[in-house]
Design a protein around this ligand. Sequence first.
Ligand code: DQA
Length: 160
Amino acid sequence: MKVVVIQGPNLNMLGVREQQIYGPMKLEQIHAQMKDFADKNNMEIEFFQSNLEGEIVDKIQECYGEAQGIIINAAAYTHTSIAIRDAITAVAIPTIEVHISNIHRREEFRKENMIAPVCASSIVGFGPFGYHLAMLGMSQIMQEVQALQAQQAAAQQQQA
Ligand code: DQA
């Protein structure tokens, strides 16, 4: 089971940008922890960061037929991007969105969220720990999908 982690604009600046909001951890450190979790839980994992909306759309489309789960922090595009929302809907892969900060407690414009309605779940305000929670959630979703597939395969065998 493969999960693709997609990070939006300015998240490559974690550890530098607005530490009072996002904390001191760098993106590479967050990804190292996620990789560790994936290795321990038999999950394949790939990381992608882009500052460009179209590249994020392309990456989501590439997940089709390749990945069984997406974890995305669309960053500022969360509040504006119908294109990213449509891409998530198009591939129909279980998607969890993460926000390091609590976007509901910040500026009004951050309350607008294009992505959340098409995601399985949203994790906000836990700092970088939110990515670990997303991994836990994703491993649960993947176990449920695998159990369903095993049930379907057993039912098909009985019919044959
Ligand atoms: C963010 C919240 C967004 O509003 C902001 O534009 C970001 C980061 C978060 O993780 O808290 O870049 O997605």
